[in-house]
Design a protein around this ligand. Sequence first.
Ligand SMILES: *[C@@H]1O[C@H](CO)[C@@H](O)[C@H](O)[C@H]1NC(C)=O
Ligand SMILES: *[C@@H]1O[C@H](CO)[C@@H](O)[C@H](O)[C@H]1NC(C)=O
Ligand SMILES: *[C@@H]1O[C@H](CO)[C@@H](O)[C@H](O)[C@H]1NC(C)=O
Ligand SMILES: *[C@@H]1O[C@H](CO)[C@@H](O)[C@H](O)[C@H]1NC(C)=O
Length: 367
Amino acid sequence: MLKVALKRYRTLVLFSIFFFYLGCCLTLSFLRIDCTKVTVSNNNVLQLQDDTIILAEYIVLIVSSPSNQAKRDAVRATWSKFVNNIFIDNGQTIYKWNYSWTTQNSQHGMIKIYFAVGTQGLNDEKIKSLRAEQKHSKDLLFLNIEDNYQNLSLKNLKAIKWFSKNVKGMKYLIKCDDDSFVRIDLIVKDLEAFAPSMTAPEINQFVTLKNRIPSDKGLYWGYFNGHANVYLNGKWQERTWFLCDKYLPYALGGGYVISRSIVDYIANNSNLLSYYNSEDVSMGVWTAALDINRVHDIRFDTEWKSRGCNKTMLVRHKQSPSDMFEMYETLVHSHGEKLCKTEDFKRKTYFYNWNVLPSMCCSSTQN
Ligand SMILES: *[C@@H]1O[C@H](CO)[C@@H](O)[C@H](O)[C@H]1NC(C)=O
Ligand SMILES: *[C@@H]1O[C@H](CO)[C@@H](O)[C@H](O)[C@H]1NC(C)=O
Ligand SMILES: *[C@@H]1O[C@H](CO)[C@@H](O)[C@H](O)[C@H]1NC(C)=O
Ligand SMILES: *[C@@H]1O[C@H](CO)[C@@H](O)[C@H](O)[C@H]1NC(C)=O
């Protein structure tokens, strides 16, 4: 009896099994291409829960890459520790230099630091070492993307989407690279005190902005350029650029700050955005249509080459791990008074003129 039944239904059973497997395969492949999923290739060995909820007011997004552990370790051992100079006292956020050699942890409830790395197509050895690093430091944001220069804007976009979805209470996102030295404490201090308008006697000597009221729809703060030449060849080439003879005004990528409204706007519209090779150029385009407060600040030393060292600086780009340790030691020894052993001047600084066309934006050294 059973034998007969089995024989009769064998084809059906085989079909069912076949379709069950097909279903599984389809489901798995859809899971893999879902952008917001930070579940990663290589049999999910690198995983961040997609439903993780992080509570933080400030997110520091450090764009890194799989093999840059030495740079990440330099950041972990130096400037990231200055989050300890921000305290919450009776509901008030205050800044005070309180860092000493003995100060311990560097993760702060209010400020969270993440290194974004793309993990698609990595070999087993690299996966193993990233897993070990994550186990120890818990600050890597694994993105399911091949980590290369062409994918940089997409990597930034995926990280922004992840933060938009997974961070509760975020006010600002600070984007920098793993070779940026960032006075995270001073940036948070200024945001707490002056954002979103960024006008105050204390900072007027450093910033230029287009006066507009209201200024609270969003903030885009950094060192801007409005007349940068479009690269047609070489590493930075933009083959698909057609918007204008120059790039649209953008804050240079070594470090800039965007408000949550911008983070959410980008995340919500990510399917429609076009990307260019340079992530900072992309950010300029993505935000070009927005009625936001753009603030140029000479304390962001964020060009492709440092303009020199000045103790007022909030970000210094193109710093090696040993440069970072030197600035860190100088700061700690001087209780936050000195950033560099000797201050120097390498390149001209300009104040952005928001009241003229972009071709004339960036020559003046006057305020
Ligand atoms: C400075 O840091 C120490 C140790 O981390 C802490 O006990 C102390 O309360 C801090 N000072 C202030 C003013 O918050
Ligand atoms: C990343 O870059 C590679 C090589 O340039 C490309 O094939 C791939 O489609 C890009 N995108 C993702 C999501 O990895
Ligand atoms: C983004 O989308 C969310 C959910 O749909 C919405 O609540 C929010 O207002 C949107 N924000 C922006 C800036 O588009
Ligand atoms: C450092 O910056 C301040 C403020 O912009 C400026 O007055 C000073 O001359 C700078 N120092 C050097 C060495 O460039």
